[in-house]
Ligand binder design. Sequence first.
Ligand SMILES: NC(=O)c1ccc[n+]([C@@H]2O[C@H](COP(=O)([O-])OP(=O)(O)OC[C@H]3O[C@@H](n4cnc5c(N)ncnc54)[C@H](O)[C@@H]3O)[C@@H](O)[C@H]2O)c1
Length: 427
Amino acid sequence: MRVGIIGTGYVGLITGVGFALKGNDVLCLDTDLRKVEKINQKIPPIFEAGLTESLEKLVPTKLIATSDYSELIQKSEVIFLCVGTPSEQNGDQALNPLLSAVTSVGVELAKTSGFKVIVIKSTVLPGSTLEKIAPLLEAKSGKKTGIDFGIAMNPEFLREGKALADFLNPDRIVIGVTDQQSKKTLTQLYKNFDSPIMLTAINAAEMIKYASNAFLAMKISYINEIGSICKTMCIDTYEVAQGIGMDKRIGTSFLRAGLGWGGSCFPKDIKALTAFAKAKQVKPKMLEAIAEVNSQQPHAVVEVAKRLSKNKTVAVLGLAFKSDTDDVREGQSIPLVSLLVKNKFKVFVFDPEAIDNFKQAVKPILKENEITYCTTSQVAIDSADCIIIATEWPEFEELQYGKKTVIDCRNAFTLANRPSNYVGLYW
Ligand SMILES: NC(=O)c1ccc[n+]([C@@H]2O[C@H](COP(=O)([O-])OP(=O)(O)OC[C@H]3O[C@@H](n4cnc5c(N)ncnc54)[C@H](O)[C@@H]3O)[C@@H](O)[C@H]2O)c1
């Protein structure tokens, strides 16, 4: 099938590469010309396992990138919109970048013949596809949804760091769709995925994505709260998590107590769902509590560092919001480092992949000379009297910490590999 992808960030590029690996012909579009150029040169614009090898294999025979909407709409049978949907200052969803892409699609749709299926893969609040996106497409194209073109909502559940593997082997494929032709096209496109396909209402597909993310964030905030109680009694929270996780109704995943959740999805999606609930006159008490518990986690770490760092010099190892990615968006390392600086610590930082993104992210809140960026983890360790493991990069387990205090905020060490002066945040 000829697949078009609009927005080649984490989701768009992985979706494009994934469909190309499944044998489809993929044309990716981005307004960021540097990304277009990089993809066509087989250079991944983001860090993700398997991406370099995949681009090497697919470009230019099965996948190419463009910035030309006309070319993309003309050539594609099915078009995935994967543009970012960040938060406004007040937590509302910022839909404008996506609507701007939808406008471009509508304008080009007016000039084409043939039934095209437009699929929303970006995370959008319930009602957005049918109440905002479809009417805009109709207005710009002069065509009718379900008759002249199809519309569907296909949320993405990939995890950064394992994005390609997740895209190719999802637990489920959710497709919100009403018209028969779009249903047929999308079930055909996903036919050779070994995963159940759930066909559902478009509003429900939108909500499934938010409800999933809120539930996962809830599990983390829940175990962190349990961990805070355990800590007062010297109970090992990880044993508790294991014990409760063995109950099939609960499950072990997302019960790893630590510094809390961050990233490009949970924070903004929970904010958006909270604001959405309020607009619908529903009090989102649980959603607010999930976020509140999470916002306390960096403070808890700073309190431990205050107790344990004699010289007030700390090394923060790990800046990405999780391992195996260079993404720092809303990572807990950002409030952690700025709180340490505020508390007059001398802060040395290191991350194997995310230093450049971190520098950009903290530009508005920290002066360059308030943190020292280290070229290796060992330089960071040697510079400080207390080490904080903020991201569970596997290589951190192998480092030489000597007698330095190591505050492990991610349960990153197996028992045998724990440094001599080890302090688990919840152990
Ligand atoms: N990152 C994740 O792990 C993840 C997982 C599931 C769902 N999502 C959702 O997927 C969507 C995309 O997320 P992301 O992390 O890939 O975002 P991203 O910011 O990494 O990528 C978005 C891309 O869209 C491009 N873009 C912006 N305006 C455009 C336009 N008018 N035309 C074409 N391209 C344009 C940007 O240049 C950028 O490359 C969001 O709604 C997000 O919530 C993300």
